[in-house]
Structures are given as structure tokens and as C-alpha cells.
Design a protein around this ligand. Structure first.
Ligand SMILES: Cc1cc2nc3c(=O)[nH]c(=O)nc-3n(C[C@H](O)[C@H](O)[C@H](O)COP(=O)(O)OP(=O)(O)OC[C@H]3O[C@@H](n4cnc5c(N)ncnc54)[C@H](O)[C@@H]3O)c2cc1C
Length: 390
């Protein structure tokens, strides 16, 4: 779906497409049925140089641009989107360290981990209290003489069955006083219990166990960023994860289009005509196709939601090389988007009731995905799929 790619971007796209067609296609059913982490896929992905590609080279990755992540992620996801997610999870999970860690932390928790083909997971969500409302988390980290003691339960931890390092968001207490949210790098070890994979109806090879932390002691050098300084790290991390998720969701839509068109061409309906010749089918396909075509351009142009993604594209100079067509003024576009989303989801607007963003501190500042979801076809996917709001 990307019209203008540099030779490097095209090489990554082709590499990902070939991997998807050979390795993912061969194994996808097996891991869906077994409901477990796709080991064989990951071995092959490591060998093919397709793992951790956006992590900076000095910390064991390939240092590619965000645009390459988007292009390659889309190709993988057209064949098997859950596998694409499992292959990308280290990028998002390690963001707190890449954003706010010291050089020593980056070397120990990122470079050493990747050198031994290891995995990290990010632990934000909690049962009962904290999913989209992360300010309500109950996991706590108490200051001790030599570090921190962490206690709490996290759920839906992506790649959690396989990971050996957990980036845990916790409420910090110093001398019994609440000191705000902080991130901790917690190795799998004593006091950390990982449940079996949850039994989802989709995305089954993306393991999402619950993880309990029972008085887990970590030294102070496992704290990422300032005490109480997690909010900005979290926002940057969620930006990054959302951006990475968008092409995967786009890939689901592209894959669905690729699958459905041959069926529509061959399926005969009354009076003995291929289904694809029916005008309402053509309208639906055309609508979906035009959304899919426009989506990468929206992402490139800094469409919602990724402030960080936008910054990265600006830094890479992609906006200049893409020569985008003129766009409608932002105000007009946002009004249209919000109207569309409200219509599709039948949400009350601020004028009709208590607007959602006002109740939602984090998202109020940062774009509530319920009102400003992923751009383009992600909105389609969201209607069918999304409990996952990042
Ligand atoms: C495949 C998968 C992988 C995941 N991986 C991870 C992971 O690696 N780490 C991790 O920490 N978590 C992970 N999660 C959890 C994910 O972050 C949460 O599911 C998400 O944040 C939503 O939380 P929730 O499911 O508790 O929904 P809730 O917060 O209970 O929301 C339920 C619904 O209510 C809506 N809603 C929320 N607030 C409001 C409001 N104020 N007004 C009106 N409507 C509202 C939401 O949009 C949503 O549709 C994963 C989830 C999935 C499905």
C-alpha cells in the first residue's frame, strides 16, 4: 500500500513479505491451535534478521526507521497478524528503557537481553481496576534499605509466557508516602509467577498471561527514570506502541481484501453471476479499499494518534520525500473524524452528555483513543476486534 519507498525500505518490505509467505503461512495454524508462543517462527525470524529491527544498533537491533517498521509490519500482518505482534513486542516493551534508562540500563536490560535472543514484556494492565484507566493501578513498589519491594498483579501481558524481563508500572511509596508512578525492570525470578496463557478466541499465539509479583526485591538501579516520573515515559511508550499497532491492523484489512476478492470473483449468485459484479459489493469493496489506500499517507502526514511517530518521521525527513497532496485544514478534518466515529460507535458527544475525555486524565491530555482511534482502516478493524485500546 506504500507507493513511494526508498530502495532500503523496499528491501525490508520484500524481506518481510517473503518471510510471511514462507514461514508464517506454514506455521500459523499450528500455533493458533496450540495457543502458545510461536517458537519456530521466532527462531526463523532471528535467523532472517527480522527481529528487534527498530532497536538501535548499539543495543543489539538493526536501527531501522519507524517507516520500515510500518511497512514490514503490514506485510507480516497480511498473513498472520498475531505473529506480527509477537515479533514486534520487544520494541514497545523496551521503550521505557530506551526513553528514560541510563546507558548502563540500556546495556544490561536491552543489549544483553537481545544478544541472547531474549524477550521483554510491558506490565501495565491489572485485573479489576486498571485497563484503559492506568491511573488506578494497585501494584505497589515500597522503598527498602537496598532498593524496592514490588507487589501486585498484572494481566494480559503480551509475550508474557516467554519473557524473562518485565517492565512493571507501579505506584511508588517512600517512607510509606505515595510518590507517584514509576517503572521498574523486574527479571523473571523469585516471587514472580506467570500463569498459563489465557484462552482467547483470537490472537492466540500472542500469549497474554497474568503475572503476579509477591514482594519481589529489586535494587534501585532497576528503577527506570525518576521516582514518580513514569507518566511522560508511559505516554511516549504508548505513542510508540500505538504507532506500531496501526500497520498491523492495516495488514489485517489488506489480508482480508486479498482473501475475499478471489472468493467474490468465483462465487456465483442469482442469476448466475459472480458476486463481485453486484453493485453493493463493489461499493463496499471500494469504500474499504480507498480507506486502506489513504491510511499510510495519513500516518505519514502525522494523522492521529502518534505524536512520537510524527516526530520520528520529521526527523527521518520522510515527510519531505513523500510529497503529500494538500490536506484539509486540521480542524475540519478532526471534526469530520469525530463525527464519523461517534456515528459508528453511537457515542455521546460532549454536547450530548458527559464527554469521555473529561473523565480520563491521561487520555484527556493525550488523545482518547475512544474518540480519536487509529486512523483509517484501523477504525474498521476496531469495530470487530478491539478490546485492545492501545
Ligand atoms: C491481545 C492483547 C494484548 C495485550 N497486551 C498487553 C500488554 O502487553 N501489557 C499490558 O499491560 N496490557 C496488555 N493488554 C491489555 C490492554 O492494554 C487492555 O485490554 C486495554 O488497555 C483496555 O483495558 P480493558 O480491557 O481493561 O478495558 P476497559 O478499560 O475495561 O474498557 C472497556 C471498554 O470501555 C471503554 N471505556 C473505557 N473508559 C471509558 C470511559 N471513561 N467512558 C466510556 N467508555 C470507556 C473502552 O474504550 C473499552 O471499549 C493487551 C490486551 C490484548 C487484547
Amino acid at each position: 500500500m506504500w507507493d513511494r519507498l526508498t530502495p532500503e525500505e523496499r528491501t525490508w518490505k520484500e524481506k518481510a513479505a517473503e518471510f510471511a509467505d514462507t514461514v508464517l503461512r506454514k506455521h500459523l495454524r499450528e500455533y493458533d491451535e496450540r495457543n502458545c508462543f510461536p517458537e519456530k517462527i521466532h527462531e526463523a525470524a532471528h535467523d532472517a534478521g527480522l527481529m528487534n529491527i527498530a532497536i538501535p544498533k548499539e543495543f543489539g537491533g538493526h536501527g531501522v526507521s519507524q517507516k520500515i517498521i510500518a511497512v514490514a509490519g503490514e506485510e507480516l500482518a497480511t498473513v498472520c497478524s498475531p505473529s506480527a505482534f509477537t515479533m514486534g513486542f520487544n520494541h514497545g516493551s523496551l521503550q521505557p528503557i530506551l526513553v528514560a534508562g541510563t546507558e548502563a540500563q540500556k546495556n544490561i536490560f536491552v543489549k544483553d537481553l537481545l544478544d541472547r535472543r531474549g524477550y521483554a514484556s510491558i506490565c501495565l494492565s491489572e485485573p479489576d481496576s486498571a485497563g484503559s484507566n492506568l491511573m488506578a493501578i494497585r501494584t505497589r513498589a515500597d522503598r527498602t534499605a537496598d532498593g524496592w519491594r514490588i507487589t501486585g498483579e498484572k494481566c494480559m501481558v503480551g509475550n508474557g509466557c516467554r519473557s524473562e524481563l518485565f517492565l512493571v508500572l507501579a505506584d511508588t511509596f517512600v517512607d510509606g508516602r505515595r510518590s507517584g508512578l514509576s517503572f521498574f525492570a523486574v527479571p523473571r525470578g523469585e516471587g514472580v509467577t506467570v500463569s498459563p496463557n489465557t484462552d482467547k478466541i483470537g490472537f492466540r499465539c500472542l500469549t497474554t498471561p497474568s503475572i503476579s509479583f509477591r514482594e519481589v526485591g529489586v535494587p534501585d538501579d532497576h528503577r527506570i527514570g525518576e521516582v514518580g516520573g513514569a507518566e511522560e515515559i508511559l505516554l511516549q511508550t504508548l505513542d510508540y506502541i500505538r504507532f506500531g499497532g496501526t500497520p498491523v491492523i492495516l495488514g489485517i484489512t489488506v489480508g482480508a481484501l486479498r482473501d475475499i476478492v478471489p472468493f467474490l470473483e468465483t462465487r456465483k449468485v442469482f442469476p448466475d453471476e459472480p458476486l463481485i459484479q453486484k453493485s453493493h459489493i463493489q461499493l463496499q469493496l471500494g469504500d474499504l479499499y480507498s480507506e486502506v489506500r489513504n491510511n499510510p499517507r495519513d500516518a505519514l502526514a502525522g494523522g492521529r494518534p502518534s505524536r512520537r511517530g510524527k516526530a520520528l518521521f520529521h526527523r527521518d525527513g520522510d515527510l519531505e520525500t513523500e510529497r503529500l497532496p494538500p490536506r484539509r485544514p486540521r480542524d475540519e478534518r478532526n471534526r469530520a473524524n469525530v463525527r464519523l466515529v461517534r456515528h459508528r460507535q453511537r457515542l455521546p458527544g460532549p454536547e450530548e452528555g458527559p464527554g469521555r475525555a473529561r473523565h480520563h486524565d491521561l487520555r484527556g491530555n493525550h488523545g482518547d483513543p475512544a474518540v480519536e482511534p487509529f486512523p483509517g482502516p484501523a477504525r474498521f478493524a476496531r469495530q470487530g476486534w478491539m478490546a485492545l485500546t492501545w
